[in-house]
Design a protein around this ligand. Structure first.
Ligand code: N01
Length: 484
């Protein structure tokens, strides 16, 4: 590989993918890197989310960087603060912080003559040869459009903006939403609140994934034998790939039926027929992102829990009013209403080749190439761009795969012969046509509403197996790119 040109690279976001990108980019020999981070500290989703019960629902030995296996994970799926501290340790060890400009949100990125000029809330930042976008997917909180939301007299906050000053002990707590976040909070707080009202618009399938502590002897064994850690990663990856990830894209019916049975028998643990009926989804297992929990059903069967399925009509100073006329009196209101996963970098003003704006390029829907590149945005590389595998695997490994792919294209810029690289319009069209043709085979397209589905009704995930994703990421097809 020729490194004739010294590149100046901007990375947007100091979350898990941005941190990884700095480390791997430096390893590849690029050191002139600035990470623009809009918040005052690093960690992305693991910084933003601090709610009680927060944990990863992907096994920890799979949810780690390939270059930093961790023998010390405390649980099968470790708690959020532990993941944040893992990220901080990695940052410290690899001296990443010197690249990060905190409290510097990118407001504008404009491409001209082979360079991206960047402006942030701290002012103009100069020109960069490439931009790597690592802003995450579950990032922009969605606030429910319910009349009177601002009138609630007590504390009310979105789960990703948790108010640490509020104790839930002995309080009447309402949670709006029943996704992964709400179910984790429910399991964690049911023992301390006076009452919990869980406002459910749509029932969810719940896979009973036990989250047990990892025994000290096992951790010691991993420390002494790093090969065992690698083997555990390999085992989990194989299991995930060939079972869950294949099942959701219609490539392993036996595994899918296993998930269906596990969810159904978990639901059968709900004894009261009325409650069970409320909690029974009317869509297929896996259509919405599945909940992983072996404590949720137990929590909602506690005497101080109520699952409320009547439509919310208003929020009032005293609580939540439902369509049956009842006021559910509350002290604290938690909005577990999820994220807008289709906004990506917006509201950033992105202006590509010949003045083409990202909003214009994506006016009919977010379309890119293999989740990494976007037509008319040369030298612009996304980690987790449109149709990345967001629901199939460990995000950290997906991000590394996409980084490796992007780095191979960035190498073209380093060669000195190329100053602009972007996907050909035909390649982008063919990719998106293939996505649309394959999507009906997936479980996400079987007729439910979920955060995978955009406003045009298109499912924004990767409709093939994870093996195909890894194969596609292994080497860019250069014929699919235009270079100048
Ligand atoms: O968000 P969600 P989440 N009135 O979009 C409801 C990941 N995650 O934060 O289903 C009433 O899943 C909405 O109802 P409906 C994981 O990938 C990871 O829980 O649209 N209700 C739904 O019940 C997960 O999938 C971990 O009808 C309203 C809920 O709010 C993703 O994050 C932990 C409403 C939103 O559920 C998102 O999970 C937690 C309204 N106006 C989450 N608007 C880890 O592993 C929305 N809802 C760290």
């Amino acid at each position: 590989m020729s490194t004739a040109r010294k590149l100046r690279v901007a990375i947007v976001g100091a979350g898990a993918s941005g941190i990884m990108s700095v480390i791997k980019m430096r390893e590849a020999g690029i050191d002139d890197i600035t990470v623009f981070e809009k918040a005052a500290s690093l960690g992305g989703t693991w910084r933003d989310n601090r709610y009680p019960g927060l944990s990863c629902d992907v096994p920890s030995h799979l949810y780690r960087y390939s270059f930093e296996p961790n023998p010390d994970w405390s649980h099968v799926c470790s708690p959020g603060p532990e993941i944040l501290s893992y990220l901080k340790q990695v940052v410290e060890k690899h001296d990443v912080a010197r690249h990060i400009q905190f409290s510097s949100e990118v407001t504008k990125a404009e491409f001209n003559a082979g360079k991206w000029t960047i402006e942030t809330t701290q002012g103009p930042q100069g020109a960069f040869d490439a931009v790597l976008v690592a802003v995450g997917v579950l990032h922009h909180p969605v606030y429910p459009d319910i009349p009177g939301l601002d009138s609630f007299a007590g504390p009310a906050f979105h789960t990703s903006r948790w108010d640490d000053s509020v104790s839930l002990k002995g309080k009447r707590v309402g949670i709006i939403g029943t996704g992964s976040t709400a179910t984790q909070i429910t399991g964690a707080v049911i023992g301390e609140v006076a009452n919990l009202s869980l406002f459910q618009r749509t029932a969810q399938w719940v896979l009973p994934l036990p989250n047990t502590p990892i025994p000290e002897e096992e951790k010691a064994d991993y420390r002494a034998n790093p090969g065992k850690l690698d083997a555990e990663y390999g085992r989990l990856a194989k299991e995930f790939n060939s079972n869950f990830a294949a099942a959701v894209v219609g490539a392993n019916d036996e595994a899918y039926q296993g998930m269906v049975m596990a969810c159904q028998s978990n639901l059968d643990r709900v004894k009261d027929p009325e409650l069970k009926a409320k909690l029974t989804p009317d869509y297929k297992v896996g259509c919405k992102r599945m909940i992983m929990s072996d404590i949720f059903y137990e929590a909602v069967q506690q005497p101080n829990a109520e699952v409320v399925t009547d439509k919310i009509t208003a929020i009032e100073p005293g609580g939540v009013r439902t369509a049956d006329g009842r006021l559910h009196e509350l002290d604290v209101l938690v909005l577990a209403t999820g994220f807008d996963t289709h906004r990506f970098v917006r509201p950033m003003n992105v202006i590509g080749r010949e003045g083409r704006r990202l909003d214009e390029i994506w006016s009919g829907g977010n379309e890119g190439y293999l989740g990494v590149t976007v037509p008319d945005l040369p030298n612009w590389f996304m980690i987790g761009g449109p149709n990345s595998p967001i629901g199939n695997f460990s995000w950290l490994m997906t991000a590394e795969n996409q980084f490796n792919y992007a780095m191979k294209l960035i190498d073209k810029l380093r060669s000195g012969n190329v100053t602009e690289i972007s996907p050909k319009v035909e390649a982008v069209r063919a990719f998106n046509a293939a996505v649309k043709a394959k999507m009906p085979d997936t479980i996400w397209a079987t007729g439910c509403n979920s955060w995978y589905v955009d406003k045009n009704g298109h499912v924004a995930s990767w409709p093939w197996t994870y093996e195909k994703f890894e194969a596609d990421m292994a080497e860019p097809v250069l014929d699919h790119y235009e270079m100048a």
